[in-house]
Design a protein around this ligand. Structure first.
Ligand SMILES: [Zn+2]
Ligand SMILES: [Zn+2]
Length: 327
C-alpha cells in the first residue's frame, strides 16, 4: 500500500510504500477512495497539536470500501462503502463514556492523529466507529461530511435554536452547516477574512442572508455565533455581535490566543464554549439529516500524492469549500 506519511511536524508529507496493514479483532481494512483534508490535519502537520503518533498518516474524513474483516466484526461485508471519522475509538468505561459523552473520553484514539488515517490507499479502522454514508453523495462529495459535517453539526447544535446565526470562517464546515441552517429557515451571517469577496459571494450563493468581513457588524444582532476559523481574536468580535443570552461556539481543535476583552461584552449571560470531537450519536444524526437537507458539498479534488499542495492551499485560504484527496 501507499501512504502520505508525516515523519516529523513541520516537514512535508512523504509518499511511502508500506506493507498492507492487517485488521485486528474488531477492525476492518478499508480500501480508501477519497479522504477529505481538514484544518485539523494542518494543525497536526504544523505541530500545533501535542503528541501525535509519529510517523503518522493524516486524514480523518475517509471514504472507502471494506477490503477485509478482522475477527469478530459483525454487520459489515467486504465491498461495502464506509466512512471513517475523527473519533477512532473510545474506552467505553471512563466517566465520560459512561455518561454518553464519548467525545470527551479519557483515552480516545483519533484517526490521522493518534492512529493512522486516510491519506493512503488503505487504512485500518475500528469497525464500531465507522459509518454507512448517505447515497446521493459520491465518494469525494461524502468525505467532507465526516468531519466538517459531523463536528460542524455538533457545533451547530450547541449554538442553539436562534434564528440569527453567525458563522466566522467560511471554509469546509461553514459551507455545509450554512446549507443546513438555511434549510431550517435560519438567517446565516457569514464572516470571512476582511476583503475576501470570493468567499463572501460563495456564502451568499449558499443562501447566507449577509456576508462580510469579520471586522464588520452584521445587520442584526446574532442569537449565536460559531467560530470555525482558528483565530482567537474572533472570540471578542463574536461576543460583540451576539445579543443578550447569546452563545459563541468555538468549533476548532486549535486556536491562536484569545486577546483580553472587557467583561461587559460577556455580561448579560453571553457564553463562550468549545466543541471537542464527536460522538457516534452525532454522526448518526447528521448523516441522516444531510440527505434530507439537500445540501451539496463543494469539493476541490487532488490526487493522493498532491496532499502537500492541498494542505498548502488550505493554509493560505485559497480553497472554496473542501479539499479532497482521491486515490
Ligand atoms: Zn472513555
Ligand atoms: Zn477534521
Amino acid at each position: 500500500m501507499r501512504a502520505m506519511v508525516l515523519d516529523r511536524p513541520g516537514q512535508p508529507l512523504v509518499m511511502s510504500e508500506r506493507p498492507m496493514p492487517q485488521p485486528g479483532p474488531g477492525e476492518i481494512l478499508v480500501a480508501v477512495s477519497a479522504c477529505g483534508v481538514c484544518r485539523t490535519d494542518l494543525h497536526v502537520v504544523d505541530g500545533e497539536l501535542p503528541h501525535p503518533k509519529l510517523p503518522i498518516v493524516p486524514g480523518h474524513e475517509v471514504v472507502g470500501r471494506v477490503a477485509a474483516l478482522g475477527a469478530g466484526v459483525a454487520g459489515l461485508a467486504t465491498g461495502e462503502r464506509v466512512g471513517i471519522p475523527w473519533l477512532g475509538a473510545t474506552c467505553g468505561h471512563c466517566p465520560y463514556c459512561r455518561a454518553g459523552r464519548e467525545n470527551l473520553c479519557d483515552t480516545p484514539l483519533f484517526t490521522g492523529y493518534t492512529r493512522d488515517g486516510g491519506y493512503a490507499t488503505h487504512t485500518v479502522a475500528d469497525a464500531r466507529y465507522c459509518f454507512a454514508l448517505p447515497e446521493g453523495f459520491d465518494d469525494a462529495a461524502a468525505a467532507p461530511l465526516l468531519c466538517a459535517g459531523l463536528i460542524g453539526w455538533r457545533s451547530y447544535r450547541m449554538a442553539g435554536e436562534g434564528a440569527a446565526l453567525g458563522i466566522y470562517g467560511f471554509g469546509a464546515a461553514a459551507h455545509i452547516l450554512a446549507q443546513v441552517a438555511v434549510w431550517q429557515g435560519r438567517r446565516v451571517h457569514a464572516f470571512t477574512r476582511a476583503g475576501d469577496g470570493a468567499a463572501q459571494a460563495f456564502a451568499r450563493s449558499l443562501g447566507a442572508a449577509w456576508a462580510g468581513g469579520s471586522d464588520e457588524t452584521p445587520p442584526e444582532p446574532l442569537d449565536a455565533a460559531i467560530i470555525f476559523a482558528p483565530v482567537g481574536a474572533l472570540v471578542p468580535a463574536a461576543l460583540r455581535a451576539v445579543k443578550k443570552g447569546g452563545r459563541v461556539v468555538c468549533g476548532g481543535i486549535h486556536m491562536s490566543d484569545i486577546p483580553s476583552f472587557p467583561y461587559a461584552i460577556l455580561w448579560e449571560e453571553r457564553q463562550v464554549m468549545s466543541v471537542a470531537n464527536l460522538t457516534r450519536a452525532d454522526a448518526r444524526e447528521f448523516l441522516a439529516i444531510a440527505p434530507q437537507s439537500g445540501l451539496k458539498t463543494a469539493v476541490v479534488r487532488y490526487p493522493l500524492e498532491r496532499a502537500n499542495a492541498a494542505l498548502d492551499d488550505l493554509r493560505s485560504g485559497r480553497l472554496q469549500g473542501a479539499a479532497v484527496l482521491f486515490v
